[in-house]
Design a protein around this ligand. Sequence first.
Ligand SMILES: [Fe+2]
Length: 345
Amino acid sequence: MAEILALGISHYPPLSGHDDRMATILRRMLQNPDLPAHLRTPEGWPEGMRAEWGEDEGLSAAAKHRAALVGWMERTRAALDAFRPDFVLLWGDDQYENFREDIIPPYCIAAHEKFTFSPRADNVWGETDRVYELPGNRTAAKMLATGLIEQGFDAAYAYKPLHHPLGHAFTNAIFYLDYQRKGFDYPIVPFAVNCYGRKVVSQRGGVPAFDKAESDVEFDPPAPAPWRLFDLGAATARILAESPYRVALLASSGWSHAFLTAKHHYLYPDRTADRRMYEHLRDGDYDVWRQYPAQAVEDSGQQEILNWLCLVGALSALERKPQETGFVDTWIFNSSKAFLIAPPG
Ligand SMILES: [Fe+2]
């Protein structure tokens, strides 16, 4: 009989590196030639940001950030192991990795037979030749694509990778759920969402190039609307709830990103907007999520929260509130990170 476990984590890339590089994105943003003079040194930063940077350029804050994130990864992994899913469906963004100029699907289900990938060089595990080889679940992925298409969601699907074995939203989720390196062999069904929208090709789904003014950038068409992704997640949950599978649904992403938040000169994330969305999620106010405007997502640099819109749509369809949630707040480590565990009743 079908059962669904709902989970949400972050895939923050610097977590796979060492503490002295945890603030690497902030250091990059400090190179912005248009950064106002008063923000170029900690003296001009907001008080909380200065405090987190401290006397050691964020090194002790990095250890605390890591401990908070790893603690949540372990709790999430324990929930996954207790549930023992047939496969894990991951909603994650593709940041100009697998999808590039030749095709940007609004969302795409990876119905691959298997996935092969490795952690980046100079990683915190000291691994130089580690290879993860995980099975997919083509039958389930095709069943899901069929169900979505029949319900009017014209889902793209793929049987093999295009430009990249597997984007970091998916691989980092596995590396972090396996942070203690005890192994991870659940089959996976990656479900890529075009979160970066207007910045997916124009900014290569990454940090601004700072080689021209934002007004001179030729932006791409937008990401799918938040309400549509909410409905997509809801339909996904309903289809899987009627299936023969035990499925873990997992959203993989941080929320507001400093490097996407123009109103903060790309220096720190919109923690206030994230906190507000977190409280609505924790309290089960899912309608607020469905009604969240696309413009608000972009203004707050929350492009990646679109992955979580799928998850929240699923929770709404399942009429389920989270059992545990966590919010890891930061000024200097690029993005707010949220966590969620919602097991079946
Ligand atoms: Fe990402």
